[in-house]
Design a protein around this ligand. Structure first.
Ligand code: HEC
Length: 245
């Protein structure tokens, strides 16, 4: 047992090191109680992502209700297919065609925030950089040789990457991106862009767990109920003990 423990402890630094060599992910401070952020995320998603990515485990109606978007507004502005509001948020892109165009077919993103985590998506959408060698002229720091174009280019512009070449102990050269320099050619400042991406991430976190919103609002009711119950039982206790004292 002791030996096993020692072996584990000896292994720890290498594990930490392995984690340390992975790309650093920025923290996504999303807030599921922020309805305006969720609505903006839904708007961005429908406008910039839904042509390629579905969120097919989710219905338009449910999203409209959960996010406080009136049905008519949802129909007029956020449903770009012939779908009815009660239908699932699928899209009509043919998977085989898509794989031909992009190398890989775009995934359904309903559960993406649970698969990759919010921080990963937040960093990914802010990590495209100019790379003329790639089919769409861009590459990505957290997803090397990604098949997806930089679809938010009109908002952000395309950053350029600063590379550093390091040589490891085996003499192998590593050409790594150490920074991204933003080019202010998009419609948004870099803070505004971060905010927009955070709203998108917020929407995707909600998509993966729509019941979380319900649970949160249910939580307030439960606590309110418990407080009332506590006051009532306290009064009752006083009432019972009055004659005994
Ligand atoms: C023009 C089509 C297209 C659009 C529009 C698009 N994507 Fe993609 N996306 C792709 C493709 C293709 C891949 C797969 C890339 C690969 O595997 O190389 C992908 C991959 C991804 C991934 C990584 C999936 C994984 O876990 O491997 C995420 C996250 C993602 N897209 C999010 C978005 C978001 C958010 C938007 C809207 C801002 C968006 N995409 C718009 C085509 C698109």
């Amino acid at each position: 047992m002791k030996k096993l423990l020692i072996a584990l402890v000896a292994l720890l630094p290498s594990l930490v090191f392995a984690a340390g060599t992975a790309v650093h992910l920025d923290k996504a401070n999303y807030d599921l109680t922020d309805k305006a952020s969720l609505q903006n995320g839904a708007k961005l998603f429908m406008n910039y992502c839904s042509a390629c990515h579905s969120t097919a485990h989710q219905r338009y109606q449910r999203v409209a209700t959960d996010l406080g978007i009136p049905d008519q507004l949802m129909k007029d502005n956020l449903i770009f297919t012939n779908s009815k509001i009660g239908e699932l948020m699928t899209n009509s892109m043919d998977k085989k065609d898509a794989a031909k165009w992009f190398g890989n077919a775009p995934l359904d993103l309903t559960l993406e925030a649970r698969l990759r985590g919010p921080d990963w998506i937040y960093t990914y959408l802010r990590s495209f950089y100019k790379d003329p060698a790639r089919p769409f002229g861009v590459n990505n720091v957290v997803f090397k040789d990604v098949g997806m174009p930089h679809v938010l280019e009109e908002l952000q512009g395309i950053p350029t990457a600063v590379f550093e070449t390091t040589v490891d102990e085996k003499g192998v050269e590593h050409h790594q991106v150490v920074a991204l320099e933003s080019v202010e050619s998009g419609e948004m400042s870099s803070d505004e862009y971060d905010r927009a991406v955070l709203d998108l991430v917020n929407f995707l976190v909600y998509s993966g767990e729509p019941n979380k919103l319900e649970r949160q609002s249910l939580g307030f009711w439960v606590i309110g109920f418990l407080i009332i119950l506590f006051v009532l039982s306290y009064l009752l206790k006083k009432e019972y003990w009055r004659d005994i004292h």
